[in-house]
Design a binder for this molecule. Structure first.
Ligand SMILES: [Zn+2]
Ligand SMILES: [Zn+2]
Length: 281
C-alpha cells in the first residue's frame, strides 16, 4: 500500500482545552454539537440509529477515540457514519481523520477549492501570530498549517449544492476564513452548521476559549486570510435567517440571540470581526 503523508498536522496533540470539552448540546432532535477540547464537531442524525448519521468536521489531532465514544453513546454500539463532511481543512477540524478512517473506512467530502489542502498539494499559510487579539493568536505558531494527504478517501462536494448522506441540506460556499470553506443549511427548519464562518466565542482569547463565554465573533483571526470574503460570507449566512446554528468554536445558538447577533455581526463586521492589524488585513 502506498504510504500516506499525514504529516504533523494530525500527529501532535495540542494542549489546549475548555470547560465544555467532552460535552454535547442537542439543538435539534438530529443535530448534536460535541466539544473536543476547543473545537466542535456536529453529529447529524437521530439518536439510536448506528448506521444513519453523518459526522461534520473531525476535531483536534489525537481525538479519534473521544469522537468514536461520543458517537457510540449517541447512536449505539458499533456506530459508523455514512460520511465525514468537512467545513474546511484546518488542523482543528480534520485532526482525527486518519485514525477515524482506519476505524470506519467512510468517504470524506470537502469543497473542491479546499481539496488541495487535504490531498497534500497545498499548505495553509502560517497562522498570523501578530494579528490583533489575545493569547491564542500569540500561541498560534504552534498550530500546524501543513496540508494532510487523505488520498482517495476524500472527494469534492457535488457541484449541485447537495450534501452526500445529508438529505434536505445544502452546502453554502462561505470563503474568507479559508478558500473553500463551506457552511451547511437545512431550509426545512433553517438549521445552520456554520463552521468557522462565524463563531460564538472570542477564539483569540485563551480565557474566553476556556470558559466558552458566549459572544458572537467573526472567524478565528489568526487563520483568516481574506477579510472581504469573510464579511460577505457572514452577510450571506445572515440573509438565510437561520433559526439555530452550531459553530466550529463556542456553544450552539438559536432564536432571538442568533438573529440579533448575526445581524449585528453582518452590519458591523469591520468593527467586530476584522482585526485592526495583522498580516492578512
Ligand atoms: Zn478554521
Ligand atoms: Zn476552527
Amino acid at each position: 500500500m502506498e504510504e500516506k503523508n499525514t504529516s504533523s498536522s494530525t500527529e501532535r496533540f495540542i494542549p489546549m482545552t475548555s470547560m465544555n470539552s467532552g460535552e454535547g448540546i442537542e439543538i435539534a432532535p438530529d443535530l448534536y454539537s460535541y466539544t473536543i477540547q476547543v473545537v466542535n464537531v456536529t453529529f447529524v442524525g437521530l439518536p439510536g440509529n448506528p448506521d444513519e448519521w453523518v459526522l461534520v468536521d473531525a476535531g483536534m489531532p489525537k481525538s479519534a477515540n473521544v469522537i468514536i465514544e461520543a458517537a457510540e453513546e449517541r447512536f449505539g454500539k458499533g456506530a459508523r457514519p455514512k460520511a465525514i463532511i468537512l467545513t474546511h481543512g484546518h488542523f482543528d477540524h480534520i485532526g482525527a481523520i486518519p485514525e477515524l478512517l482506519d476505524h470506519w473506512q467512510v468517504p470524506v467530502y470537502i469543497h473542491p477549492l479546499e481539496l488541495p489542502y487535504v490531498t497534500g498539494e497545498k499548505d495553509y499559510p502560517q497562522p498570523d501570530s501578530t494579528v490583533q487579539g489575545g493569547m491564542v493568536a500569540k500561541m498560534s505558531p504552534m498550530f500546524p498549517n501543513e496540508g494532510i494527504d487523505l488520498g482517495d478517501a476524500v472527494k469534492p462536494l457535488p457541484l449541485d449544492g447537495t450534501v452526500p448522506s445529508m438529505t434536505g441540506w445544502r452546502w453554502i460556499h462561505t470563503p474568507g476564513h479559508s478558500e473553500g470553506h463551506v457552511s451547511f443549511f437545512r431550509d426545512q427548519d433553517r438549521a445552520l452548521i456554520a463552521g468557522d464562518a462565524f463563531v460564538t466565542v472570542k477564539q483569540e482569547s485563551l480565557y474566553r476559549v476556556f470558559t466558552q463565554e458566549l459572544e458572537i465573533s467573526g472567524p478565528p483571526r489568526y487563520l483568516t486570510t481574506d477579510w472581504k470574503a469573510a464579511k460577505e460570507s457572514v452577510q450571506k449566512l445572515n440573509a438565510l435567517k437561520p433559526a439555530c446554528a452550531t459553530t466550529g468554536h463556542g456553544i450552539p445558538v438559536a432564536g432571538e440571540w442568533l438573529a440579533d447577533n448575526l445581524e449585528m455581526l453582518a452590519r458591523d463586521f469591520d468593527d467586530i470581526a476584522k482585526p485592526d492589524y495583522g498580516k492578512f488585513v
